[in-house]
Design a protein around this ligand. Structure first.
Ligand SMILES: [Fe+2]
Length: 549
């Protein structure tokens, strides 16, 4: 795949920006990223290699950030961990041998006691990657549960559980997934993720806002810690590579997040807050000049890759990172994971809620970029799947805030890019996609929506389903019926369900139907809230339209 903007232009911009920055810091931003290669054994090509740590150098437990797996295929999965003896401390005081690479053994077994090991190897935790470890394990059997763990020096990681995708062309009986988004650490406890770890799903889709760039105070915001004090460098907005790396450490040290990662493979995509609120392509939140912002974006993207179970094709090149990608679960489901943030044109009407107007209706506007849009429509045409699932960031269906004829719409969502929406939905129709299922995050509430052929005509054909998962914590505790509940339900007849509590969505797909369960917790500002199922909906294969069950 090629990037719409091309690397050349951004490389030039970065070089120009580098002149304004401390040279050493700039090199850690772009640095060896473009030339360091990795594979199962992490050989380093074309870059000066750090010395290997001397045996015995790892004197403290390094697996404080847990383990993760992701992007399963029928034959493989990515395993992830990061060595971080003192996760909240920047180097060189972080407990790792300074500037040294550390060999890390890994193994994959059929059983959780690691008696039947099927694969093992040695990876390298490179200082250039903040001692993150990515293993692209290949040669596994399809549709199978595996357990994995790491060893570094005398230390053994907690075990993780993962699962490969079904064989190509097979028709699995069912596929179960969960969708999550928006986990502002400072807005509360990741209780929902703790409950998610107890679910029975094949994979988790994270739809963005995995972390937030905003300052986190000494007591962890709404978490109101009384038993610990967070270091002062979390109390500032993330800008530099070191800022983003430390922020991932803060999030990844959360036990509920670790449990959910260790229980299932995750497919991740980002939204804006992994970099900066409401950025668009190369424009920052204020729509300001892009050069400095691209340096920040490069730092954010690099820290994202380092901290997620992603493969080499997702490794950023400076400020560019190909995150949109496609997966199959046999012939049952095709997943086209989108990136609606990196290639979009800047928001119309400065990103505010605004009635549709000439600026937002301009068909030249794009939320995917031309290359990703073509890739998506090609994917629809080549699909043999019963379900075409689109895990992505922002609400795709029209969403009016009130019943006025010229009701404002969110210019940050697909409502601000109606040309993109029309082309994607028309492309799905032209390709004969019968069962379109859009998974969305961003708005911190649960929605269940029928996607309509004509948003102005509730009797028009339903052409798909959009399931919007509420936040894990963002927005703090929430309530079942926020103050705008009646107005929004009335203004949007295709909106079938709206709940303002925190939680996640589980979806079960089979050849006959998709079933969605909207899970909620009543509180995130106090730990330990119970899980409830607020509502359940079914949409039948071949006959789109949500039905509450
Ligand atoms: Fe969010």
């Amino acid at each position: 795949m090629t990037h719409p903007q091309g690397h050349g232009r951004h490389d030039r911009i970065l070089r120009a920006a580098a002149a304004l920055l401390d040279r050493r810091r700039f090199l850690t931003v772009t640095g060896a990223a473009a030339t360091l290669a990795f594979s199962t054994n992490m050989p380093v090509a074309g870059a000066a290699q750090a010395a290997e740590a001397v045996p015995g150098a790892l004197t403290e437990y390094p697996f404080t950030l847990g383990v993760a797996s992701g992007d399963p295929t029928p034959s493989g999965v990515v395993l992830w961990t990061r060595l971080a003896p003192r996760p909240y401390e920047p180097a060189p005081g972080n407990g790792l041998p300074e500037a040294a690479r550390v060999p890390v053994q890994w193994e994959i077994a059929r059983d959780d006691r690691f008696r039947r090991v099927v694969l093992r190897g040695i990876a390298t935790a490179h200082p250039e990657f903040n001692h993150a470890v990515h293993v692209d394990a290949q040669g596994l059997a399809p549709d199978r549960v595996y357990y994995y763990r790491f060893r570094a020096g005398p230390w053994i990681s907690p075990p993780g559980r993962t699962r490969t995708a079904p064989a190509p062309g097979s028709l699995p009986y069912e596929m179960r997934l969960a969708a999550v988004s928006c986990q502002a650490y400072h807005d509360g406890y990741f209780t929902a993720l703790g409950h998610l770890a107890d679910e029975d799903v094949d994979a988790v889709f994270h739809l963005g806002d995995y972390l937030y760039e905003y300052a986190v105070g000494a007591t962890g915001g709404a978490r109101a810690y009384t038993d610990r004090t967070l270091p002062p460098w979390f109390a500032k907005e993330t800008v530099t590579l070191e800022d983003y790396r430390l922020r991932y450490a803060l999030y990844k040290s959360d036990p509920d997040l670790q449990a959910a990662h260790a229980a299932f493979p995750w497919f991740v995509t980002w939204d804006d807050h992994e970099t900066e609120n409401n950025y668009a392509g190369g424009s920052d939140e204020s729509g300001g000049p892009g050069d400095e912002f691209l340096v920040r974006r490069a730092a954010a993207y690099r820290a994202y890759w380092e901290n997620q179970p992603l493969r080499l094709p997702q490794l950023p090149q400076g400020p560019d990172m190909t995150l949109y990608r496609r997966f199959h679960y046999g012939r049952l489901a095709q997943f086209d994971i989108l990136d609606t943030r990196q290639y979009r044109t800047d928001q119309a009407y400065r990103g505010r809620w605004h009635p549709p107007g000439p600026e937002s209706q301009d068909p030249a506007r794009t939320i995917t970029g031309a290359t990703q849009e073509r890739w998506l429509l090609d994917g629809f045409r080549n699909s043999h799947a019963t379900w075409n699932v689109i895990p992505q960031q922002v609400v795709m269906s029209r969403r009016r805030s009130g019943t006025a004829a010229a009701s404002p719409l969110s210019m940050d969502a697909w409502d601000g890019y109606p040309g993109s929406r029309d082309r994607v939905l028309a492309g799905a129709g032209a390709a004969g996609v019968e069962n379109l299922l859009v998974l969305t995050g961003d708005v911190h509430v649960h929605y269940a929506m029928d996607i309509k052929a004509d948003w102005d005509d509730p009797t028009s054909r339903t052409i798909g389903t959009e399931l919007v998962t509420s936040s894990v914590t963002s927005g703090r505790d929430g309530s079942p019926r926020p103050s705008d509940w009646s107005a929004v339900m009335t203004a949007n007849p295709h909106l079938r369900f709206y709940d303002g509590r925190r939680g996640y969505v589980t979806v079960r797909l089979d050849a006959e139907e998709a079933r969605a369960d909207f899970k909620t917790v009543d509180s995130v500002t106090t730990p330990g809230a119970a899980l409830t199922t607020a509502a359940s909906f079914v949409t039948e294969a071949g006959d789109p339209g949500l039905r509450e069950t």
